[in-house]
Design a protein around this ligand. Structure first.
Ligand SMILES: Cc1ncc(COP(=O)(O)O)c(C=O)c1O
Length: 375
């Protein structure tokens, strides 16, 4: 475990040592942005640390409404509702949509929060092959379902792959279902204005698509949100026990969300720079002969057949001053990989150092493999 003794910028301090940091999800560097810190401090001075009540009772503040308006306008929707975490978003949505679906179809590599959101009394749960719209079609055909809820990550957090919504959504429509996209890692990153995978695939106006999102990754803050029609947000406010019975998002977090949306709106170039930087790094890693994925996202896995190599690479990088974690969670399918997370704030020197170390490790391993085969 990496023990943090500092903020998570492009460098961190852990156990007194400074490391170059290619981990976490601070894609746009906003988790440590001075403007956001200033807004947070101001909010704490005005409102304190906690509103100490649920939104439903006495915990709704003017800044909650300001944040929800800002999110709605960022997403081009009528309204938005915020709650304690992105993890909760899938449960909240599946809870309030209860009655409008009887089967849930899930990508087999879906995030743990999606698995946790499946209601216990749903009639059928089907797993389709990862990102495979044809398999989804076949399963829906065989099940005879005409009211399925299909749910997938937008960007898969371990592999950085983008769910092919351009192929999945027509299948969902063909079977009269609804599509839920957990866009935790795509919000603020993908699409012309950062609305996520739905914007990337030109599906923003589609009625049968819902997104669950978080402010904890590219937005640098914390807290989940769902945007949509006023009917949808009213349903959440009126029906979700999670929303109604948990303490309201605290003032510093609300202020961080408002400030980060402002920065995001004023700096559309940030996500373009991030995607370009990530793409160049991904290509360089692939050219070295490492196995990775081919997509324009800031998550670059280095994939192995067994855990030992992945652990060894992560360990080697750490010994040499770079944090790139070995990951074996949070999906059902076992993966053996290290996960490189790119931030727009990474310097060229950091990227060069990482590439140099990856080259060294590969050479070292190829040499030791050759020796193993000689003796
Ligand atoms: C796909 C996905 N959904 C939901 C979450 C949960 O978001 P949060 O950490 O904001 O609760 C994560 C975070 O790891 C995630 O990767």
């Amino acid at each position: 475990m990496v023990l943090l003794n500092s903020e998570v910028g492009n460098f961190i301090i852990s156990n007194g040592r400074r490391y170059s940091y290619f981990a976490g999800n601070n894609y746009l560097g906003l988790a440590v942005d001075a403007r956001i810190k200033a807004a947070v401090i101001k909010a704490v001075e005005k409102y304190g640390v906690n509103f100490s009540a649920s939104r439903h009772t006495t915990g709704t503040a003017d800044i909650h409404l300001e944040l929800e308006n800002a999110l709605a306008s960022f997403k081009g929707k009528e309204d938005a509702v915020v709650f304690a975490s992105g993890f909760q978003g899938n449960s909240i949505l599946l809870e309030v949509l209860k009655g409008s679906y009887s089967t849930v179809c899930i990508d087999q590599s879906a995030h743990a929060s999606i698995l946790a959101a499946i209601p216990s009394n749903v009639a059928g749960v089907i797993f389709y092959d990862h990102c495979d719209a044809d398999h989804l079609d076949e399963l829906l055909e065989n099940s005879g379902s005409s009211d399925a809820l299909v749910i997938t990550d937008g960007i898969f957090p371990l592999t950085g792959e983008i769910a092919p919504l351009d192929r999945i959504y027509p299948v969902v429509r063909k079977h009269h279902g609804i599509l839920v996209v957990d866009d935790a890692h795509a919000t603020g990153i993908l699409g012309d204005t950062g609305k996520g995978t739905t914007e990337l695939f030109g599906l923003c106006g589609e009625e049968r698509i819902y997104q669950t999102e978080t402010m904890s990754k590219a937005l640098g803050g914390y807290g989940g949100f769902i945007s949509g029609s006023r009917t949808l947000t009213a349903l959440i406010r009126e029906r979700s026990a999670t929303y109604q019975a948990s303490t309201a998002l605290p003032p510093p977090i609300v202020a961080a969300g408002i400030a980060s949306l402002r920065i995001l709106g004023d700096n559309p170039d940030l996500r373009h720079q991030l995607l370009e930087k990530s793409w160049l790094l991904r290509q360089a890693i692939a050219e070295m002969g490492y196995r990775t994925t081919a997509c324009r996202t800031p998550i670059i896995p280095v994939i192995f057949d067994a855990p030992e190599k992945a652990r060894d690479l992560s360990h080697f990088l750490e010994e040499n001053g770079v944090i790139v974690p070995y990951m074996n969670y949070p999906v059902r399918k076992e993966m053996h990989q290290v996960r490189i997370a790119v931030s727009v704030s990474h310097t060229e020197e950091q990227v060069s150092q990482l590439l140099e170390l990856l080259k060294k490790w590969k050479t070292k391993n190829e040499n030791s493999q050759n020796q193993e085969s000689i003796y």
